[in-house]
Design a protein around this ligand. Structure first.
Ligand code: NAP
Ligand code: ZN
Ligand code: ZN
Length: 349
C-alpha cells in the first residue's frame, strides 16, 4: 500500500514529503486511514538524535488514530469503519513474562517501536504516524470510545497512557497529593487523569503563563519554579511526583518536596543522566523510580476511562506544513498542550 507522509532523511531533519510502501495486510492485520497524528517530544529527541544514533529515513509519530478500511481474514477485534489507535509500539515477542502479563512495553526482547527501528522481520524499517495510512496487527491496536473527538484522542496514545499508567500503579486516589513537573503534552494529561481520580494536583512549572490553564485542567495549585527557593515552601508535601520535564533539572530539590515514603517517577527523558544525592533519598525513605508508556490492556483501559470521564488532550490542530514550527515551539515550551497533525494534509504537502 502506497502512503504519503513526512520523513527526516538525516539527523536533525528537516521533515520532508515522503512516499513509501506499507506491507500488504496479513490475516491478522488491520489497515486504516490515519486521520490524526500527535507530535510527542520523543519524536523531536529522536529526529535530532538526542538519545544516540537513530535510523533514517525516519517517519516519526506514535500517537496515531484513524478509521479502519480493510481487515485480514482472521481479524475479530475490528471491522471496517471502526475508530482505531496505535501507540508507541507495533509488536513485541509475545511469549516472555512481561508480554504474557500485558506489559509489552517492557518485553524482554525490547518492544518493537512504531518508528526508529525495524519491524519484527528485522529488516523492514518501521515508519510511524506522520503519514496517511497504517497497517497493524490487531493485537497491537486499540478501540477509541465513540464519544471522544479523534484529534483530541491522538495524544492519549502516548502522552495519555504514559501518565495514566504510573497514576494507576502508584494508586493515586481521592486526596492523594500529586505534583506534576512540566505542563506540556505529558504533564497536562497527568493533571487531567490525577484530578479525575480525586487527587489534589500541584503543577510545578517554569512557565508562569500556564497557571490559568493548569487550574482549568483540574490542578488545585500552580507553583512557578525558577530557583530552588521556590520549592522550599513545598517541603514534605507530596505523595507522588510525576516528572515529565524533557530537559535536565536538579532532582534533589524536588525529592525534598516528597513526604516520608513518597515517590518521584521519572518520565521525561533528557539527553544526560540525573545526579541524585544519597542524602536526598535517605532523609525520608524516598523512592525514585521510572515508568514507560503502558501495555496493551492498560492502553485500552485508559481510553475507556477517558471515554467515561470525557478526557481528551488540549490540542492545536495543524497541517503538515507547520510541523517544523511545531517542533520549534514544543522545544520552547510553547505548546498548548499538544500539536496534532491533520493527516489528510500529507497527501498535498
Ligand atoms: P513537552 O510537551 O515539550 O513538555 C515538556 C515540558 O517540560 C515543557 O512544556 C515545560 O513545561 C517543561 N520544560 C521544558 N524545558 C524545560 C526546562 N529547560 N526547564 C524546566 N522545565 C522545562 O514534552 P512531552 O511530549 O510532554 O514529553 C516530555 C518528556 O517525556 C520528553 O523527554 C519525552 O521524550 C518523554 N517521554 C517519555 C515517555 C515515557 O514513556 N516515559 C513517553 C513519552 C515521552 P513548563 O513550561 O510547565 O515548565
Ligand atoms: Zn511519545
Ligand atoms: Zn516479550
Amino acid at each position: 500500500m502506497k502512503v504519503k507522509g513526512l520523513a527526516a532523511l538525516k539527523a536533525g531533519g528537516p521533515l520532508e514529503s515522503f512516499e513509501f510502501e506499507r506491507r500488504s495486510p496479513s490475516a491478522t492485520d488491520v489497515v486504516f486511514t490515519i486521520t490524526h497524528a500527535g507530535i510527542c517530544h520523543s519524536d523531536i529527541h529522536q529526529v535530532r538524535e538526542e538519545w544516540g544514533p537513530a535510523l533514517f529515513p525516519m517517519v516519526p509519530g506514535h500517537e496515531i488514530v484513524g478509521v479502519v478500511t480493510e481487515i485480514g481474514n482472521s481479524v475479530s477485534k475490528f471491522k471496517i469503519g471502526d475508530r482505531i489507535g496505535v501507540g508507541v509500539f507495533i509488536d513485541s515477542c509475545r511469549i516472555c513474562e512481561p508480554c504474557k502479563s500485558g506489559l509489552q512495553q517492557y518485553c524482554d526482547e525490547g518492544m518493537t517501536g512504531t518508528y526508529n527501528g525495524y519491524e519484527r522481520d528485522g529488516k523492514t524499517i518501521a515508519f510511524g504516524g506522520y503519514s496517511n495510512g497504517f497497517v497493524i496487527d490487531q493485537d497491537y491496536a486499540v478501540t477509541i470510545p465513540s464519544n471522544l473527538d479523534m484529534a483530541g484522542v491522538a495524544p492519549l496514545l502516548c502522552a495519555g497512557i504514559t501518565l495514566y499508567s504510573p497514576i494507576k500503579h502508584f494508586k493515586v486516589t481521592k486526596g492523594s497529593k500529586v505534583a506534576v513537573m512540566g505542563l506540556g503534552g505529558l504533564g497536562h494529561m497527568g493533571v487531567k487523569f490525577a484530578a479525575a481520580m480525586g487527587a489534589e494536583v500541584t503543577v510545578l512549572s517554569h512557565s508562569a503563563n500556564k497557571k490559568e490553564d493548569a487550574l482549568r485542567m483540574g490542578a488545585q495549585d500552580f507553583v512557578v519554579v525558577r530557583s530552588d527557593d521556590d520549592l522550599k515552601p513545598l517541603k514534605r508535601k507530596f505523595d507522588l511526583i510525576l516528572n515529565t520535564v524533557s530537559a535536565m533539572v536538579d532532582i534533589n530539590q524536588y525529592l525534598a518536596t516528597l513526604k516520608i515514603d513518597g515517590t518521584l517517577v521519572i518520565i521525561g527523558l533528557p539527553d544526560s543522566p540525573y545526579a541524585v544525592s544519597a542524602g536526598a533519598m535517605l532523609n525520608g525513605r524516598k523512592s525514585l523510580t521510572g515508568s514507560m508508556i503502558g501495555g496493551m490492556p492498560e492502553l485500552q483501559e485508559m481510553l475507556n476511562f477517558a471515554g467515561q470521564h470525557n478526557i481528551v488532550s488540549d490540542i492545536e490542530l495543524i497541517n503538515a506544513d507547520y510541523v517544523e514550527e511545531a517542533y520549534r515551539r514544543t522545544v520552547a515550551s510553547d505548546v498548548k498542550y499538544r500539536f496534532v497533525i491533520d493527516a489528510s494534509t500529507f497527501a498535498t504537502f
